[in-house]
Each structure stands twice: as structure tokens, then as C-alpha cells.
Design a protein around this ligand. Structure first.
Ligand SMILES: [Zn+2]
Length: 354
């Protein structure tokens, strides 16, 4: 079978190789992978900035957002032809991993397929334990590749809502920072709750991203015209802010404008060093006197994947065709290297594996 691999630490090392077909063992199913979504982490790994090979290997198969179809269910209860999405993390022996909360790992010895210590899904076939395969209905076949990023947003939103429940006032205004795939999926998930949503990015109002924000009934804010800092003055108490840009300056600006009893969820990873001068006393005072809460979130567990599948069904019912508009570029496996060069106006690139 063909597989797209990289050598971690080496810039632009992405290449296609021929590999042996995987063989299933007890409790595993053979999955024929259909589609793979490329995200910023894949691009960073190909830049040599991140990534770790599986033990005793000098390369890693890239890719962690996938959908596939069961080719051989083996001894599992899955059926031939069932659609499945593979989870990303594999647990270590910490107390949280052992209880299924591998997204809340305490010690960091987990593996992540396509990222850290385990092969990913940019390949034609996968032999996988049934515990890490999440079934998806066949109606979602063409958009189920979005399940993994949706699971990240789902975890962030669920926890933010739980934290906001400390106070009796309901969430009225929610702000999403960033209109990339994660920001757009977050916008649609929040809109399922009918909050007043304001999604900010730095692309023009005529862009596809801005149109996608407005077509679920959220408000698009052009960050070149109106900054995060001025948002609160214009729209009122910011009950919930979901940060999906990974820009650390934006994250601190969000802290400074968070509303009374507000919750700020940080979902984006910042890289490099970026010193920033902040008025620490003022920020501390505002956080304390306003009962404000800031938290970070990473990865997702099986429950988040399962609830994401439900949410994707609801989004598709409410805004038919909206999810497929997020997939702005489709490439064959032979051309997967092109997906690792960010293209302007691109939202999500999907590699066709069949
Ligand atoms: Zn762990």
C-alpha cells in the first residue's frame, strides 16, 4: 500500500512510499482509509518543527484526521462496509488515560497517531483496535473527515459551558477568534445553542470564511477593521470567548476583554517566543473582581468523538451543505505534498485515499 511519510526534524521531508499491508490481530479491524484532512500540525511537522517517530522507526506516517470503511472486521462487532473515524491519542498508564480520559493525560507518555510516537492515517489501509474506531453513519461519509477537528471544538465548548454554569446568568454573547476550520466548526456548534455569535478573523467580508460564518447566522467581524479589544464596547458582556487562532497576543487581548463571569477557552497552540508587555495587576484585578475564568484544552476522547458525530448530523440538518463547503481543496494521495503548502483562501484540504 502507499503511505505519505515524513522524517521528523527534517524540513520538507514529506514523501510517498510503498509499505506492506497491515495485518490485523485479535480485537482489531482492517480499515480501508477513504479521506484524510490536513491541518496546521501536519504542516508544522513537515517544516521539521514537531513530530516524533514510532519506536525503532526513522519516519512517521503523517495525518490524524481521517474517515475509513471497514474492509475486514476480524473478531470485532463492526460490520464490513461500516464507516469509522479513528481516534488520535493512544493511552499511557496514567490514571486518566486508564479511565478513558487520554485527552487529560497526567504524565505525557501518550502517543498520537501521525504526530507523536505512532503512525498516522495518510495511507490506504489501517489495522486498528476497535476501542479507537468511532462508527459514523453513512450519511456523513463525505463530511466525516471533519469529525476529529469537531471533537476538539466539542471538548472546549462542553467544558466552557460547564464552567459558565457557575453563575445563573445564561450565555448570551459568544465570541470565536479565528475562522479557520476549528473556528468555523466552533461557530456552528455554538450556533446550535442559538447564542449571539461574533466570529473574528482578518480576511475581508467578501471571503468564503466570512460567508460561512454569516450563513449559520453568526456575525462576521473583520479584525482589520475592528479589533478584539474594541469588541466588548460594541456588543456587550462577552460571556464566552473561544480562542482558535493560536496567536498568543490575541489570547491575552481576549483575557482583557472577557466579560463578567466570562469564560475564555484557549484551543490554539502558539510556537516560538513572543514577549508581550501586559498590565499584570490590572489583568489580575479584572479576573478576580469579574469571576473570570481562562482555561486551555487539547485533544479529545472517545466521548467527544461520539458527540461530534451527533453534532455533525445536527449541523447538516440545520444548514445542509455547509460542512462540505469547509472542504475547499481535494487532492489525490500522489499530490499530498501540495497540501502542505498553505494556499490563500484555503480552509480545509482533504486527501482522497482511494
Ligand atoms: Zn496518560
Amino acid at each position: 500500500m502507499k503511505a505519505g511519510i515524513v522524517t521528523p526534524g527534517q524540513k520538507d521531508s514529506a514523501r510517498l512510499i510503498e509499505m506492506d499491508m497491515p495485518v490485523i490481530s485479535s480485537g482489531q479491524a482492517l480499515v480501508r482509509l477513504l479521506e484524510l484532512g490536513i491541518d496546521g500540525t501536519d504542516i508544522e511537522i513537515n517544516r521539521g518543527e514537531y513530530g516524533e517517530t514510532p519506536p525503532d522507526k526513522d519516519f512517521i506516517i503523517l495525518g490524524h484526521e481521517a474517515v475509513g470503511q471497514i474492509e475486514n472486521p476480524g473478531t470485532t462487532e463492526l460490520g464490513k462496509g461500516d464507516f469509522v473515524v479513528p481516534m488520535v491519542r493512544r493511552p499511557d498508564d496514567c490514571v486518566n488515560c486508564q479511565r478513558g480520559q487520554l485527552d487529560m493525560c497526567l504524565v505525557g507518555n501518550y502517543r498520537e497517531c501521525g504526530i507523536k510516537g505512532a503512525h498516522g492515517f495518510l495511507r490506504e489501509y489501517l489495522a486498528e483496535d476497535v476501542a479507537f474506531l468511532v462508527p459514523v453513519p453513512k450519511e456523513l461519509r463525505n463530511i466525516a473527515v471533519l469529525t476529529e477537528p469537531t471533537s476538539i471544538a466539542t471538548k472546549g465548548i462542553e467544558q466552557a459551558m460547564e464552567f459558565h454554569n457557575r453563575s445563573a446568568n445564561p450565555i448570551d454573547i459568544a465570541v470565536v477568534l479565528g475562522a479557520g476550520p476549528l473556528g468555523l466548526l466552533t461557530t456552528a456548534l455554538l450556533k446550535l445553542h442559538d447564542y449571539n455569535i461574533y466570529t473574528l478573523d482578518v480576511v475581508p467580508r467578501s471571503s468564503v470564511k466570512a460567508q460561512l460564518v454569516e450563513s449559520v447566522g453568526a456575525n462576521y467581524v473583520d479584525g482589520n477593521v475592528s479589533s478584539v479589544v474594541s469588541l466588548a464596547d460594541k456588543i456587550g458582556n462577552l460571556d464566552l470567548i473561544m480562542e482558535a487562532t493560536g496567536n498568543s497576543t490575541v489570547a491575552f487581548q481576549a483575557m482583557s476583554v472577557l466579560g463578567i463571569n466570562g469564560v475564555l477557552c484557549l484551543m490554539g497552540v502558539s510556537t516560538g517566543q513572543k514577549p508581550l508587555e501586559v498590565n499584570a495587576s490590572c489583568l489580575n484585578m479584572q479576573m478576580v473582581l469579574g469571576n473570570k475564568m481562562v482555561f486551555g484544552t487539547v485533544s479529545s476522547n472517545r466521548g467527544h468523538f461520539e458527540r461530534s458525530v451527533e453534532s455533525l448530523i445536527h449541523i447538516e440538518e440545520r444548514w445542509p451543505g455547509w460542512l462540505s463547503r469547509l472542504i475547499t481543496r481535494r487532492l489525490t494521495l500522489d499530490k499530498f505534498r501540495d497540501a502542505l503548502d498553505p494556499a490563500p483562501d484555503n480552509i480545509k484540504t482533504v486527501i482522497e485515499l482511494t
